[in-house]
Ligand binder design. Structure first.
Ligand code: ADP
Ligand code: MG
Length: 905
């Protein structure tokens, strides 16, 4: 693969950032002293690197000095890596990224992105490039894809050339610097979204930007590929701290695992011994395995703070850089050979193999000779350079064994590596599982929280209800208290009333006494006592008015109390009534429920019994068919005939039984039909009767009405006749009286001397007449009163008439409803009868053995339905009643009507 492998050391560049504002404010000292281009003195010790950048070096200078070359190398097919190492805020990110979109302040990565495309555009147009970029970070030894946030724990695998790579990480094809920048922006945005404290996160995680460039010559098909890792490492300060403390928290260990692993790898490589290099200690060292001591051109930026405050960290960083400087890489071009080149290489290798074989041959003959006792070695082998020095026999054996062992070991190592990869995969899977479980746990937690919330809500609701019920209780209590108070008040008031009554009585007594006294005084004294009498009278009068006032007040109070009492009593009565109503409703509901329950119970029992019967029948059928099959299989030909006979007999018997059953069923049906017909006839009879009675009732009510009317008019007539007569008589009497009076007056004037006797008789007559007149007026008054009474009764009678008419109307509608219901019932019964008839007919018609099953089934169903129908009234009497609600209504109307007519009569 590699054409001209060239060994070279890792390039280490040291960059010091300027003192920052806070350091200046704090008055920190600026400790580094720069000597030439490549040396810096810190704390009296000088450190030399490939290049030392003082604080005022611009981003462009940094890039041009070292990073520019790497781009060229990658485009020529080498692998490249640029690290930035240093404590937090020493300028690693500033060096690697800088301000991404600022042309002056942009760091190495954006400049490389631009430079790559500039180079490509300047290269041979026959070259075709494929540029892919990936962006991921390593945190707590987990690789997280920054271009796909769902990939949180990627694993490291080895390709066919045993070069490690991140398996499954997102690769984006890019064709311009802008696209590269877009990818970086996207990755950075994802990184920000995933974490809460970005500064802390970035100081504890490594971010790796990978550019993969493949090129192919269109004509020669020559293929080259180069990878460029751009790594912004986590802050190095933790490493020194861990080293100093000796024992650290697990988390800190994990965070720094890859960084300490990097230190160990660099130490192992720097020691230069052929000890084991612990690349596999962390994912980061595994990814960068090729960059450290492998096939890669590596540049490391050592970023340092110039402040005396960070003096220790700076020194450790510088030491780290010194160690890294000694690492030697063997970089070669990653060339993919064409067929022609492979062919040539094959020829070359074949040639080489041939000469090797010759050499082996020669050596073997020499060995044989030597074994045979010839001490002098004749032939010198010049072609073998790697030949072991053969001092004696044992050493030769040792060499051979070690070679075999080496192969064995290598094989084993390969196996172990494979196992390691597998384990990595497994770990990855487990990690994913853990993540999933964590997610599930979180979900469960959420669910728990939500259910808790629900529970709380319910609890709160419960509390609220409790409070409400408490309030209601308190209210009830208050009301009761108020009632009690009212009762007490009432008692008090009644007591007061009694007292006041007593007082009143007393006052009245006093008043009467005083009146008596006053009268006595009045009688005894006339003149002098008149004054005192008037004074006493006024006093008594005043007292009397006061008493009267008292009494009126008490009376009003008593009245109000009585009113209140009555209201309360009414309320109590109302409450009692309501309670009774509710009780009645409750009992009816309970009754209904119990009825329904009983119904359900009996239905389920019936269903169960039917089910059981069905099962039994099926079982017997199955057993019979089984037996039949067995018999058919087992029985010999001579028994067959017997069996056939038996079968015939059986079938005959079966047919007979079926027929009998059919007949019995038919009989049942007939009975059923007859019963139904009877029922219909009965119903019809009832309806007819009812219709008749209704018509009679209507007629009678009509007659009653007419009679009432007639009676009324008759009484009116009588009354009017009487009135007229009486009036007439009155009139006549008056006339007579007047005539008589005038005649008598005439007579008296003619017979003047017989004065006394005549006047006496006259007087008697006049008084008699006067009496008569009085009687007449009385009669007249009585008549008028009667007339008024009759007039009063007139609206009542009219009302009665109206109500009767209404009742008749209601009865008519009820009758109509009843008729309709009866019709419907009749229709239903008719349908039922038809259906049963059809079923019977079908049964009779289907005599073939094949149809027997279906028909039998139908019959079974029919009989079952019939049985159910027969059962129904027993199960639910109210259902039977509800068959004809209109009839019921009609009956109730009739009953009501009867009651009313009785009441009216
Ligand atoms: P790190 O990535 O090592 O934690 P940063 O690159 O974020 O550190 O640098 C910390 C701060 O110092 C940033 O504000 C950066 O702008 C500034 N800074 C770092 N190096 C330089 C430099 N060479 N010149 C000017 N400012 C620098
Ligand atoms: Mg940083």
């Amino acid at each position: 693969m590699a054409d001209v492998p060239a060994e070279c050391n890792i390039k280490v560049l040291c960059r010091f950032r300027p003192l920052n504002q806070s350091e200046i404010v704090r008055g920190d000292q600026f400790i580094p002293k720069f000597q030439g281009d490549d040396t810096v003195v810190v704390g009296g010790r000088s450190y030399s690197f490939d290049r030392v950048f003082p604080t005022n070096t611009t981003q462009e200078q940094v890039y041009n000095t070292c990073a520019k070359q790497i781009v060229k190398d990658v485009l020529f097919g080498y692998n490249g890596t640029i690290f930035a190492y240093g404590q937090t805020s020493s300028g690693k990110t500033h060096t690697m990224e800088g301000k991404l979109h600022d042309p002056h302040q942009m760091g190495i990565i954006p400049r490389i992105a631009e430079d790559i495309f500039n180079h490509i555009f300047a290269m041979d147009e026959n070259l075709e490039f494929h540029i892919k970029v990936s962006y991921f970070e390593i945190y707590m030894d987990k690789i997280r894809d920054l271009l796909d946030v769902t990939k949180t724990n990627l694993s490291v695998h080895e390709d066919k050339n045993r070069v490690p790579y991140v398996k499954g990480c997102t690769e984006r094809f890019v064709s311009s610097p802008d696209e590269v920048m877009d990818v970086i922006d996207e990755g950075k945005a994802n990184r920000h979204v995933a974490v809460t404290n970005m500064n802390e996160h970035s100081s504890r995680s490594h971010s790796i930007f990978l550019i993969n460039i493949k090129q192919e010559h269109v004509e020669t098909e020559q293929k080259l590929c180069g990878k460029l890792y751009l790594v912004d490492l986590a802050g190095s300060e933790k490493v020194s701290k861990t080293g100093a403390a000796g024992a650290v928290l697990d988390e800190a260990k994990n965070i720094n695992k890859s960084l300490s692993a990097l230190g160990n790898v660099i130490s192992a490589l720097a020691e230069g011994t052929k000890t084991h290099v612990p690349y596999r200690d962390s994912k980061m060292t595994r990814i960068l395995q090729d960059s450290l001591g492998g096939n890669c051109r590596t540049t490391m930026f050592i970023c340092c703070s110039p402040s005396s405050y960070n003096d220790a960290e700076t020194k450790s960083t510088l030491m780290f850089g010194q160690r890294a400087k000694t690492i030697r890489n063997t970089a070669s071009i990653n060339l993919e050979l064409t067929a022609e080149q492979w062919k040539r290489k094959y020829e070359k290798e074949k040639e080489k193999n041939k000469t090797m074989k010759d050499t082996i041959q020669k050596l073997e003959t020499e060995l044989n000779r030597w074994r045979n006792g010839e001490t002098q070695v004749v032939t010198r082998i010049e072609t073998v350079e790697e030949r072991p020095v053969l001092d004696n026999d044992t050493s030769s054996i040792v060499v051979r064994i070690s070679e075999e062992e080496r192969q064995k070991y290598e094989e084993e190592i390969r196996k172990l590596y494979k196992q390691l990869d597998d384990k990595d995969d497994e770990i990855n899977l487990q990690c994913q599982l853990v993540e999933k479980l964590k997610q599930q746990m979180l979900d469960q937690d959420e669910l728990l929280a939500s259910s808790k919330g629900d529970g709380d809500k319910v609890q709160a609701e419960l509390g609220r209800l409790q409070v409400e019920s408490d309030c209601a209780k308190a209210e009830v209590k208050e009301v009761l208290q108020a009632l009690e108070e009212l009762a007490i008040n009432y008692d008090q008031k009644s007591q007061e009333v009694e007292e006041k009554g007593l007082q009143n009585q007393l006052l009245a007594d006093q008043l009467s006494q005083k009146m008596v006294l006053f009268k006595m005084n009045l009688r005894l004294t006339d003149g002098e006592l008149k004054l005192s009498e008037t004074g006493g009278g006024t006093e008594g009068h005043e007292e009397f008015t006061v008493a009267r006032l008292y009494i009126s007040k008490i009376k009003s109070e008593v009245k109000s109390m009585v009113k209140r009492c009555r209201q309360l009593e009414n309320m109590q009565l109302e409450c009692h009534r309501k309670m009774e109503e509710t009780g009645r409703e409750l009992s009816s509901c309970q009754l209904l429920i119990s009825q329904h329950e009983a119904k359900i119970r009996s239905l389920t029992e019936y269903m169960q019994s039917v089910e059981q019967k069905k099962r039994l029948l099926e079982e017997s059928h199955d057993s019979l068919s089984e037996e039949l099959a067995k018999l058919q299989d087992q029985v010999l030909p001579h028994i067959v005939s017997v069996a056939q006979k038996t079968l015939c007999v059986c079938s005959f018997f079966f047919q007979k039984t079926i027929r009998q059953q059919g007949e019995s069923h038919r009989g049942l049906h007939h009975k059923q039909l007859a019963r139904l017909r009877d029922e219909i006839n009965e119903k019809q009879r009832i309806i007819d009767e009812l219709t008749e009675s209704v018509t009679i009732l209507i007629f009678s009510s009509y007659l009653h009405r007419n009679i009432d009317n007639l009676e009324l008019s008759l009484t009116y007539f009588h009354l009017s006749v009487l009135q007229a007569r009486e009036l007439q008589t009155l009139h006549n009497l008056r006339k007579l009286f007047v005539q008589d009076l005038t005649s008598r007056v005439k007579k008296s004037s003619e017979m003047e001397p017989d004065d006394s006797g005549g006047s006496c008789t006259q007087k008697q007559k006049i008084s008699f007449l006067e009496n008569n007149l009085d009687q007449l007026t009385k009669v007249h008054k009585q008549l008028v009163r009667d007339n008024a009474d009759l007039r009063c009764e007139l609206p009542k009678l009219e009302k009665r008439l109206r109500s009767t008419a209404e009742r008749v109307k209601a009865l008519e509608t009820a009758l109509r409803d009843a008729k309709e219901g009866a019709m419907m019932d009749r229709r239903r019964y008719q349908q039922e009868v038809d259906r049963i008839k059809d079923a019977m007919r079908a049964k009779n018609a289907l005599r073939r053995p094949h149809a027997a099953q279906i028909a039998a089934d139908g019959m079974k169903r029919d009989t079952a339905e019939l049985r159910q129908r027969q059962l129904q009234p027993q199960l639910c009497p109210e259902q039977h009643v509800s068959l004809n609600p209109s009839l019921q209504l009609f009956q109730s109307h009739i009953a009501r009507f009867k009651v009313r007519s009785l009441h009216n009569n």
